[in-house]
Design a protein around this ligand. Structure first.
Ligand code: ZN
Length: 249
């Protein structure tokens, strides 16, 4: 990420995308869209050409890689806007680590002891996967937008991540979640990975994801309270303490 410029979606000439933008900004103002000039990574690395930052500051900024073609820019921007709709219209925020209570030394100790794993990957994946189960059909049914880019990236990135073999527990839990999402959105996971080579942590998260998020879909969007409870009890079943987490925005 080196150079950014603000970007006007009008030049993508997509009426459904503009409608989606208007709907999103009726729930959260000041949504900015930036085109980010960056090198496309080498083949065989995970690709994340679109992302949203600034959620915790109530000032979302959607960043789109400049190497995407016009059709993919529409899909990528729509995908990020749909995440924002789920956050602000449906009340399904993103889960994060709670900062320890100042002065509570046990709390501070536990926070730092558990910082070793790849928390950003695991927690990011929980909200992402939960959202994606609703988001793909939301885009199709409310806006007629097919999110082929997400399906392509899910397949690519899942294959790359699993073959990377990270050995921290949080990353393996995160990949179990991706496997669950893959099965829901694409099909059998043995198309992408070797089932015999996956860890106990991978399977634990995979089975728990089915149990806690299996009913999620565009036709069954959870209430904010049950969504938070599903995520916290998922984390608890993985061995964490519920009170260590909080939701944004
Ligand atoms: Zn997404």
């Amino acid at each position: 990420m080196s150079f950014k410029c603000s970007f006007d979606i009008a030049c993508l000439e997509s009426e459904p995308l503009e409608r989606l933008f208007d709907e999103t900004t009726s729930y959260v103002q000041n949504v900015a869209i930036e085109m980010v000039v960056n090198e496309r990574g080498p083949r065989g690395q995970e690709e994340h050409p679109a992302t949203t930052i600034g959620l915790t500051l109530q000032r979302p900024v959607i960043q789109i890689a400049d190497w995407l073609g016009k059709g993919q820019r529409i899909e990528a921007t729509a995908h990020e806007l749909a995440h924002l709709l789920l956050v602000y219209r449906s009340g399904l925020g993103v889960v994060g680590r709670r900062v320890p209570r100042p002065g509570d030394s046990e709390d501070v100790f536990r926070f730092f002891m558990s910082m070793r794993g790849d928390w950003i990957y695991l927690l990011g994946q929980i909200s992402n996967t939960a959202h994606h189960l609703m988001l793909i059909d939301l885009l199709k049914q409310e806006y007629g937008i097919e999110d082929d880019l997400h399906i392509y990236l899910l397949h690519q990135n899942f294959y790359v991540a699993v073959n990377d073999k990270p050995n921290d527990k949080e990353s393996q839990f995160g990949m179990g979640l991706v496997a669950f999402e893959y099965e829901r959105l694409i099909g059998k996971i043995d198309r992408a990975i070797n089932l015999d080579h996956q860890s106990e942590f991978f399977w634990e998260a995979y089975h728990l994801a089915h149990k806690h998020f299996g009913r999620y879909g565009f036709g069954s969007i959870p209430t904010p309270a049950s969504y938070r409870e599903d995520i916290l009890s998922f984390l608890e079943a993985l061995g964490y303490q519920k009170e260590d987490f909080t939701f944004f925005p």
